[in-house]
Design a protein around this ligand. Structure first.
Ligand code: 13P
Length: 252
């Protein structure tokens, strides 16, 4: 390993939050204050809240991201949003290929790759998600499945600056279940090796996040695992107090 990677705690609010939730962003901004929390901090609210959250977070330690985008810049795609639109609203990053998108919207690796490229086209960063199902883990296929998702979802031109990988085992999302620290270490090493094969040594600087039932109570353990460079947090990012409890894992 070369230079230490600065971690990020990223909150994915999924389809939760209304204008009333600005109170949580205000509390997060206030809770972080001006002192370095030891990691970067991001919230990805529903698209309807990106603009208002970005205004509240302006000049603070909190970045605002988006949860998905269409691959195209404009066009006849009812209900979709382009990366350029999300950038204009104030997003700095777009999560692509979340397992809920892969499942609910039948997104495949090719779609995910195109969406990551769209994020870059708009000058944004991409967080590319991967993760195995319970069945795949039980069948002993987890390492292979995730490696093949990474290979097929990562566009050419990926760098540590424009791309982050998020490993989220599907069975750990919203269930309260988490893999053991040893399983997380094994998977993250597997992802790092896979990235090394694709983009060489530069992959040693790429962030690999863990996501799936991260809570203040387990953040210390999960975030200290080798090759875990931050968290992608669902439920526990909705309340500033909980999210600050996770970020606290990075305070020295
Ligand atoms: P939970 O933290 O609610 O398990 O969700 C994880 C996730 O899917 C973040 O993208």
């Amino acid at each position: 390993m070369s230079t230490p990677i600065r971690a990020i705690a990223a909150g994915n609010w999924k389809m939760n939050g209304t204008v009333a939730s600005t109170a949580e962003i205000e509390a997060l901004v206030a809770g972080l204050g001006s002192e370095d929390p030891g990691c970067d901090v991001m919230i990805c609210p529903p698209a309807t809240l990106i603009n208002i959250f970005a205004q509240i977070a302006l000049g603070s330690r909190v970045e605002i991201g988006a949860q998905d985008c269409h691959a195209n810049e404009t066009g006849a795609h009812t209900g979709d949003l382009s990366a350029e639109m999300l950038a204009e609203a104030g997003a700095t990053t777009i999560i692509v290929g979340h397992s809920e998108r892969r499942q609910d919207h039948f997104e495949n690796n090719e779609t995910v790759r195109a969406k990551a490229e769209a994020a870059w086209r708009a000058g944004l960063k991409a967080i590319i998600c991967c993760g195995e199902s319970d069945e795949q883990r039980k069948a002993g296929e987890a390492l292979e499945v995730v490696a093949s998702q990474v290979v097929a979802s990562l566009p050419e031109g990926a760098t540590p600056e424009n791309t982050t990988i998020a490993y989220e085992p599907i069975w750990a999302i919203g269930t309260g279940k988490t893999p053991t620290a040893a399983d997380v270490a094994e998977m993250h090493a597997n992802i790092r090796t896979t990235l090394n094969k694709i983009i060489g040594d530069t992959a040693n600087e790429m962030r690999i996040l863990y996501g799936g039932s991260v809570k203040p109570a387990n953040a210390d353990e999960l975030m200290s695992v080798d090759n875990v460079n931050g968290a992608l947090v669902g439920g526990a990012s909705l309340k500033a107090e909980d999210f600050l409890g996770i970020i606290a894992a990075y305070k020295d």
